[in-house]
Design a protein around this ligand. Structure first.
Ligand SMILES: [Zn+2]
Length: 107
């Protein structure tokens, strides 16, 4: 499917075409670099037409996160085959089998 372009309000300048931040003296603005002062940002996207297949993957696991601070890569032990994922399944973490009850000293 072909990409679609729409005109959106520039989010860098809130559609004003001007930017005024800490580097600009009071009452002075500069022309917005993102939209060249038009206030309009072209947004191009490809409409979703269903999940595509991916080659070279055998196993699907859950992600730890998206930043190095929180951690990246697979997490937990849940994993499914790519064939299961392609059929609509998702890896599921099982709830902890052992629930440790607090032991109180009763004397
Ligand atoms: Zn702008």
């Amino acid at each position: 499917m072909a990409n679609i372009s729409i005109d959106a309000e520039c989010d860098a300048c809130a559609g004003t075409g001007l930017y005024s931040g800490f580097a600009e003296p009071a009452g002075v603005a500069v022309v917005c670099l993102r939209c060249d002062g038009t206030g309009c940002a072209k947004v191009t996207y490809k409409p979703f037409s269903g999940r595509k297949a991916r080659r070279g993957i055998k196993t699907v696991r859950l992600s730890r996160g998206t930043t190095l601070m929180s951690g990246v890569g697979p997490t937990g032990k849940a994993e499914i085959s790519y064939a299961e994922f392609a059929a609509g399944a998702m890896p599921q973490e099982r709830p902890s089998a052992k629930v440790h009850a607090l032991k109180r000293k009763q004397r």
